[in-house]
Design a protein around this ligand. Structure first.
Ligand code: RNT
Ligand code: ZN
Length: 420
């Protein structure tokens, strides 16, 4: 063992004892932790560009800032970057693909014509690397995107997007079958308007009927997840697919909702919503993100929002019904570094939560000892969870925190900086 390995192990052993004193079985927490997969968003590595056109601008009210060199320019580079990111994450993970990341094989294939065959190479590649796939329909960055897609009054435009979504569900089902599991198809559309429309109801009725048509086919290897939003850039006054809309639709039709941390009013917490949704829907998909004043998709960091979310994920005790996807994009800094920071911070929040002596907190609570509950919560902040994290990294062959910067710099020097 190197000196570093000895130190990490020693610190871990002390941490195990300290947690044991609070009634926490660290080894058991680690086992649970290693079974929690993140669904990595493929779009951090190339600024949500995809492979459809070389020059298409990002539309749909979302925005990537920055122009840091080294963006993935093609499928091989994107795959290299994704593998690089996963090499920093203990455990087994999933990859969430957007429809515009199809392997078009040099052909022009429109969104109402894509099928599982355009994702065969992804499925094979993912299996080879132990990743499972999730999927997303893409409503933005297309000549027919405009401000309205599934809720467009023009029947031809609506039909185009209905067909796109039908195909996306078929693709997700094919992925699920191939990986002997399910695949989640996340549906987010940007539909909305800059000013308040004269009929808010009308567009929502159109969206409802489009969704009914999309969901008229049932599949066995995919789950639908519906992602609501508060507003988009240029679409500030009205969002057709609001939270209330999908909450109602999802509850009525037994569909999962996707909670994106950036899609609510700034002080509204998605952590609080989990325990409500889990009572009434088959599951919840998360888009772990970090809003700064708006849905800015900043790189996820270990702040109070994230630790609160991690705790709720674990405390609800329904880990198999919560799917933890990531959704942020930042092109102002090293993209792979950004990818890794956000993913590792999300994992840290989960590990911290799994190390919580929840039984003791609940005991204090049930006995009305609220000072003790608060005091213990504060004490936990200084517990050596970082020593457990480093040990998990070491024993799962991923870099410990102190090695990350250097390894990401090496990848930049040897790989991404050469992409001119
Ligand atoms: C947009 C939504 C959506 C997208 C991705 C690219 O506000 O969060 O999930 O970020 O589909
Ligand atoms: Zn999202």
């Amino acid at each position: 063992m190197s000196q570093k390995e000895t130190n990490v192990t020693k610190a871990f052993e002390i941490a195990v004892e300290r947690y044991a004193a609070l009634g926490v079985d660290v080894k058991k927490s680690i086992d649970t932790f290693l079974n929690l997969s993140l669904s990595l968003h493929c779009w951090q590595a190339d600024d949500v560009a995809g492979f459809e056109t070389a020059d298409g601008d990002l539309s749909g009210g979302i925005q990537v800032t920055g122009n840091y060199p080294g963006k993935a320019r093609n499928m091989d580079e994107l795959r290299d970057d994704i593998l690089k990111a996963t090499a920093f994450l203990p455990g087994k993970h999933r990859l969430s693909l957007h429809a515009i990341y199809a392997d078009y094989g040099g052909q022009r294939v429109d969104r109402d014509a894509i099928g599982p065959e355009h994702f065969t190479s992804w499925m094979e590649w993912a299996k080879e690397h132990g990743l499972k796939l999730d999927f997303n329909s893409t409503s933005f960055s297309h000549p027919l995107s405009g401000n309205l897609t599934l809720s467009n009054p023009d029947p031809a435009i609506r039909r185009f997007w209905v067909e796109h979504h039908k195909r996306c569900r078929e693709i997700a089902d094919a992925m699920g079958r191939y990986q002997n599991d399910t695949s989640i198809m996340n549906l987010w559309i940007h539909d909305g308007s800059k000013e308040v429309p004269a009929s808010r109801l009308y567009y929502r009725q159109l969206l409802e009927s489009s969704l009914d048509e999309i969901f008229s086919v049932s599949y066995t290897h995919m789950f639908d997840a519906l992602e609501a939003k508060l507003f988009g850039i240029g679409l500030e006054s009205y969002t057709v697919g609001s939270f209330d809309f999908y909450l109602g639709y999802g509850a009525k039709k037994g569909k999962m909702l996707t909670l994106d941390a950036g899609h609510f009013h700034p002080t509204e917490s998605i952590a609080d919503k989990l325990s409500s949704l889990l009572l009434f829907s088959p599951g919840v998909m998360l888009h772990v993100s970090r809003p700064v004043r708006w849905d800015s998709d900043h790189v996820v960091i270990l702040n109070d929002d994230l630790t609160d979310l991690g705790r709720e994920i674990v405390r609800c005790g329904m880990l198999d019904r919560i799917h933890i996807g990531l959704d942020y994009f930042d092109a102002t800094i090293n993209r792979i570094g950004a990818y890794i920071i956000g993913a590792r911070s999300t994992q840290k929040s989960l590990l911290m939560a799994l190390l919580e002596p929840t039984a003791l907190l609940r005991q204090y609570e049930s006995e009305g000892r609220l000072f003790e509950r608060l005091a213990l919560q504060e004490e936990l902040k200084a517990m050596p969870w970082g020593d457990v994290w480093n040990y998990v990294c070491l024993t799962n062959n991923v870099p410990t925190d102190d090695a990350c910067i250097k390894e990401i710099q090496d990848y930049e020097m040897n790989v991404t900086s050469k992409r001119l």
